[in-house]
Design a protein around this ligand. Sequence first.
Ligand SMILES: Nc1ncnc2c1ncn2[C@@H]1O[C@H](COP(=O)(O)OP(=O)(O)O)[C@@H](O)[C@H]1O
Ligand SMILES: [Mg+2]
Length: 334
Amino acid sequence: MRIKVQRKTSVTSRRSDDGRSDGEGANKSQYGGSERSRGGQSNASLTKKYGVCDKVIVGKGATAVVRLAHKWDRSTEKLYAVKEFRKRRKNETEKEYVKKLTSEFCISSTLHHHNVVETVDLVQDEQQHWCEVMEYCPGGDLYAVIKKGDLGPAEINSYFKQILSGVAYLHSMGVAHRDIKPENLLLDAKGHVKITDFGVSDVFRMCWERTTHLSKGLCGSEPYIAPEQFEQKEYDARLVDVWAVAIVFYCCTFGELPWRVAKRDDMSFGPYQQIYRTSSSTPPPLSNIVPRECRSVIRRMLNPDPKGRATIDEVLADAWVQDIPIIPPLAIPH
Ligand SMILES: Nc1ncnc2c1ncn2[C@@H]1O[C@H](COP(=O)(O)OP(=O)(O)O)[C@@H](O)[C@H]1O
Ligand SMILES: [Mg+2]
């Protein structure tokens, strides 16, 4: 049975809707924006700073539409992606609404890595809509690329390694993404992957902390959600990211999903979990995944028991992963 990859919206609303106080944490100094980002100067108009936005949208998600802005600097044109957030809900106060937007901005603007979208600013447009300004990724999202259906193994492996590098960086910064899926993975002009959409990301360790904390709340899109998120009140959000990256690899390889949802009563996941528990073989639907050398690491990433699942650093240390070349090669060491 084929399980089609479809554009998915998150099963939950955004940060803080899940009952955590992580938004508060995210607004503290560690995530207060950096010199490279210029959040908060919302009185200067969007158009003045970043140019005119196209009417046509380049992307749409559960909470926002994204448009392209063109800014002319003498004779050179600079392009920006402008994410216009949804309007405030009736049951939300202005304070709650702004807190959600600013915590997404505060987290994303602190991150600087070649596999993470660069966030530039948070401003209000002429209609007072809140907009996050980002680098524009002209290659679109990985969902559209998968749908086209012409991905070769070298590209798939290269995308996989870049997503892993980006996620490893996030984890090193104390951030778990919690909504890794093809729609949130963009391609830049060179074809390099950039992780975007920190709307449900979680700070599991502040910079002054040594220990990490567990996350709460169901978030992300069903086929990419790890089983423990349905079963446990609290979970390690880093392991949830590891799981989702493996599902993305599966989608790129087969153009379909391994299961609809990682719950016992799912026709595909149920038997998978059963075989996983009782045998050391690679259970279907993973059993045919290629190349053969990837099976052991993908199996470890998709361990239904989070206690036995590989961490992102363990995945990156795998011999097969280490040997994957990035195409085109990065200009910077990785
Ligand atoms: N920087 C960008 N460059 C190009 N396209 C983008 C960019 N950011 C987002 N998009 C497109 O817009 C869509 C929605 O953006 P996203 O930030 O994921 O919003 P939401 O929080 O509503 O899911 C993405 O799935 C992608 O297709
Ligand atoms: Mg999104």
